[in-house]
Design a protein around this ligand. Structure first.
Ligand SMILES: *[C@@H]1O[C@H](CO)[C@@H](O)[C@H](O)[C@H]1NC(C)=O
Ligand SMILES: *[C@@H]1O[C@H](CO)[C@@H](O)[C@H](O)[C@H]1NC(C)=O
Length: 632
């Protein structure tokens, strides 16, 4: 009897395989067999070994190579967040090309024999500005309660999913594509709102597009499952090295007695803030934990397998005690197995050998480190401060006046600086006067009559400095948005959000000038038109623009690293591409990664916007062939 049953079963299986082959994939399905604690792919047990790689942290020209290196390590899947702010940077203006070409990323993953796991959020955290939310949500709805059952917020999420999801649907496994899983929210259990109705709404919305064509899941740290799980949605865990993963699985089993075990974020490294040591995570405990989890039959996603870079203004920040802030560094190297340049590290080879104990060797050549370039020091010429008339004329997006200061979001500005200017009342005759900025969300480069007198900042909790009489009567605060908080509380408005006082007297009647620095053509225009513009640059004013050119005549162009040692804090653009923020004064990151794909044979263009250091008029900047992430 048993035997007959077995033969019938085999027949059924082989018929199913034939049917599948015959009708071109109509029976494709990716589901969960809760009773047997496993995923089922087309009815057969399946498990994944996956790596996180966020397409928006690498240039598209490098995607295939990174994906192939992941496959060569034995991985069979890639996991990525989908970042709303990348795709809808300003309201209603969608971007799907270049670094935002999600469909191309999914297609390449499939071509490289990887399944795809999507995490559309819409909140993603990810150490990205505002946790991946577009800033304009706060312009449109200053009182929005993001990540809750707030009708304004939900209307925007519904609209966004209405644009995003139809693009994804054809890639779902059940429809013939590589996408096997789609997540709902992101570590929601940690969020204080614990809004069950919101999760239910988001589940219904996601399900209306995904239907049964892929598996829906949530992910949370083992201690935070209570507010994170959703009925009928697979709960998964996030945890790093441990000698006892079983303890975590037990915590999961309290909420989900059966079903496949998944570590959705097995931490191979960790995030790093400015002015703290670069986070490094030891290899051996990782290898041991991985071996234990795989022996327990778990599915594992490595966070991150490749970290990449927070180019331009995309890095986020974390809140510290008492409202202070700790901004994330530009590099998202994350101490991952593939480094920021996509090269394999010792961690790569170590994990690969563990993976191949459990999964078949895909038979691809093991990747090797690509060469890197040095470039001789490049001479830069000063082109004046943002305070100059020329910069106001060309780089400013708007100038408005109001009795009291307004923040970035209220002024519909995402990135860069707002220059706040007001007159110091002449009747104040203390010397010095105590300047105090209430509710400063950012870093204020304080000037009086174009003279730089100091910095106030939310990262150090310094909101006051003395102003001596006699410098002049024009008070000028250039306020930098250093990155919005990404973790837990995403409503992080930027700018001067409170009153500004001098010896306790509120300063009124402000002029605000916006410098988003997000349109390189304006910066190039400024440089071209003010070739001999030096007059104002001789002043002590901070936030100055420098420009230079350099030649590459090598046969083969490789990645390089720009080394701003000797500079203070600022931004670097090469050939119009914003590499992100540098801050070697505090580290630990010193060099910025320069992907080879933005470099040209022949003449290249570099612009440095130095915020605070009084760098020489004809300073140089150098390029090296090794990253320096552990400086200071
Ligand atoms: C989600 O759908 C279920 C089933 O239709 C329904 O009971 C529930 O109320 C919906 N949730 C929300 C927030 O609308
Ligand atoms: C601010 O401007 C208003 C309107 O122009 C004026 O009446 C007021 O005196 C000004 N206040 C200060 C403190 O300069």
């Amino acid at each position: 009897m048993l035997k007959i049953k077995y033969i019938v079963f085999l027949l059924a299986v082989s018929m199913q395989i034939r049917i599948r082959a015959d009708n071109g994939g109509d029976t494709r399905s990716f589901t969960i067999d809760y009773d047997h604690d496993t995923f089922l792919m087309d009815g057969s047990p399946f498990r994944f070994i996956s790596g996180s790689f966020h397409y928006f942290r690498a240039l598209p020209d490098s995607w295939r190579q990174i994906l192939r290196s992941m496959r060569a390590a034995g991985l069979n899947a890639v996991m990525t967040y989908i970042e709303w702010s990348t795709h809808e940077p300003t309201e209603g203006n969608y971007k799907w090309d270049g670094i935002a070409d999600l469909e191309q990323f999914i297609t390449l993953a499939e071509e490289e024999n990887l399944y795809v796991i999507l995490r559309p959020g819409p909140y993603i955290c990810a150490e990205r500005d505002m946790g991946g939310f577009p800033y304009w949500l706060l312009t449109k709805y200053p009182h929005a309660k993001l990540r809750t059952y707030d009708t304004d917020y939900l209307r925007e999420v519904t609209k966004w999913y209405g644009v995003l999801m139809p693009r994804i649907q054809k890639y779902l496994y059940g429809r013939g594509g590589p996408v096997i899983m789609v997540s709902i929210e992101n570590e929601y259990g940690f969020f204080s709102s614990c809004d069950v109705k919101y999760l239910s709404f988001l589940k219904n919305l996601t399900e209306s597009y995904v239907q049964n064509d892929a598996v829906l899941f949530t992910n949370d740290a083992p201690d935070w499952l209570q507010c994170g799980t959703i009925p009928d949605v697979l709960a998964t865990l996030d945890f790093g090295s441990t000698d006892n993963p079983a303890r975590h699985w037990q915590m999961l089993r309290a909420y989900q007695p059966k079903g496949p075990l998944v570590n959705a974020e097995f931490y191979l490294g960790w995030l790093t803030h400015w002015s703290e040591p670069m986070a490094r995570v030891a290899i051996e405990p990782l290898s041991n934990t991985l071996r234990l989890m795989l022996a327990q039959g778990a599915n594992v996603n490595f966070y991150m397998f490749f970290g990449g870079t927070n180019f331009a203004f995309t890095a986020g920040a974390n809140e510290r005690d008492s409202g202070l802030i700790h901004a994330d560094i530009t590099s998202y190297d994350y101490d991952a197995p593939l480094d920021e340049a996509g090269d394999p590290t010792p961690k790569y080879y170590a994990l690969r050998s563990v993976i191949l104990e459990f999964f078949p060797d895909p038979g691809l050549p093991v990747p090797q480190k690509l060469p890197k370039m040095k470039i001789p020091p490049v001479q830069l010429n000063a082109r004046g401060s943002l305070l100059s008339d020329a910069a106001r004329d060309i780089l400013a997006k708007y100038t408005i006046s109001a009795e009291r200061t307004l923040g970035f979001e209220a002024l519909n500005q995402n990135s860069g600086f707002i220059l706040y200017e007001a007159d110091i009342p002449k009747e104040l005759n203390q010397d010095p006067l105590a300047l105090y900025v209430n509710n400063l969300h950012g870093r204020a480069y304080v000037h009086v009559n174009n003279q730089f007198v100091g910095v106030l900042s939310r990262d150090s909790g310094i909101f006051s400095l003395p102003i001596s009489l006699g410098l002049g009567y024009r008070l000028q605060l250039l306020v930098e948005n250093e990155g919005r908080i990404n973790f837990d509380i995403p409503n992080d408005f930027k700018g001067i959000l409170g009153s500004v006082t001098l010896d306790g007297n509120e300063v009124l009647n402000w002029t605000m000038t916006g410098f988003p620095l997000d349109d390189y053509s304006l910066i190039q225009n400024y440089i071209d038109r003010y070739v001999n513009y030096i007059a104002e640059s001789r002043e002590l004013a901070s936030v100055r623009v420098f420009h230079g050119t350099f030649i590459i005549d090598a046969e083969e162009i490789y990645d390089t690293y720009v080394d701003p040692t000797g500079w203070g804090k600022g931004l670097i653009f090469i050939n119009g591409f914003n590499l992100g923020r540098y801050w070697p004064l505090v580290g630990p990151q010193v060099t910025l990664y320069v992907p080879r794909h933005i470099l040209l044979r022949g003449s290249n263009n570099i612009v440095v916007i130095e915020y605070q250091r009084n760098v020489q008029e004809n300073a140089t900047i150098s390029f090296t062939d090794e990253p320096k992430l552990d400086g200071l």
